[in-house]
Design a protein around this ligand. Structure first.
Ligand code: FMN
Length: 197
């Protein structure tokens, strides 16, 4: 277990993901990872499914930003670490998540281009193992393309076979809880190594 430190208190971790469903499993997993990061001293911000749904379709020829778009871009610009969660939809990540990621094209001209130098924790939930694997793998490719560092621990949960949530939405499966803690520790450790560098 990684100890919390004064440096950790300054880390900002931004989460993005989920669906319109009230009990969205992908949103719950992202929130659980953020909660572990917070327990290690981070400040966290979450953009859930309804928040992502308020973003217009990304249009490269429209540089004006709505307040919702600007909030996401600014949060990501200031992030030390990122968590992205998606359901597996037809073997890939959801359009809601992709639209939000496309908007982050605004980070391309930054000195710290896209996710440069930052850890990105990834989490997928799907009804079958095949989409768990393909969706996690596709998200890793996106993060590489955007110069981010996917954490070694990726989380893929089969929402039919594993059922990791209790009635209150909290994680009750210890294997899943361990993976969440491990990913959060990797995110926080990476942010501190980057700060030291
Ligand atoms: C439009 C749609 C497409 C889906 N496609 C797949 C799929 O290809 N493979 C799979 O295993 N599950 C698929 N699922 C199931 C979801 O991945 C699964 O229910 C997931 O846990 C939903 O995430 P959520 O709880 O955050 O809404 C699909 C669900 C929907 C609504």
């Amino acid at each position: 277990m990684m100890a919390s430190s004064p440096a950790a208190t300054r880390r900002r971790i931004v989460g993005l993901g989920g669906t319109f469903r009230q009990a969205s499993s992908s949103e719950r997993i992202v929130r659980a990872i953020l909660a572990e990061c917070a327990a290690l001293g981070a400040e966290t911000i979450m953009f859930d499914g309804p928040a992502l749904a308020r973003l217009p379709h990304y249009n490269p020829e429209h540089p004006d930003r709505t307040p919702e778009e600007a909030a996401l871009v600014e949060a990501m610009r200031g992030a030390d670490g990122i968590v992205i969660g998606s359901p597996g939809y037809h073997g890939g990540y959801s359009g809601l998540v992709k639209n939000a990621i496309d908007l982050l094209e605004d980070l391309r001209p930054d000195a710290r281009t896209y996710f440069d130098g930052r850890p990105v924790g990834l989490a997928v939930t799907a009804a079958g193992w095949q989409a768990c694997g393909t969706t996690l793998s596709a998200l890793r490719d996106v993060i590489h393309a955007m110069r981010g560092w996917p954490t070694p621990v990726g989380i893929a949960i089969n929402s039919v076979e594993q059922r990791p949530f209790g009635p209150d939405g909290m994680i009750v499966d210890e294997t899943v809880a361990r993976a969440i803690r491990a990913q959060a520790e990797q995110i926080m450790r990476f942010t501190m190594m980057e700060a030291a560098a």
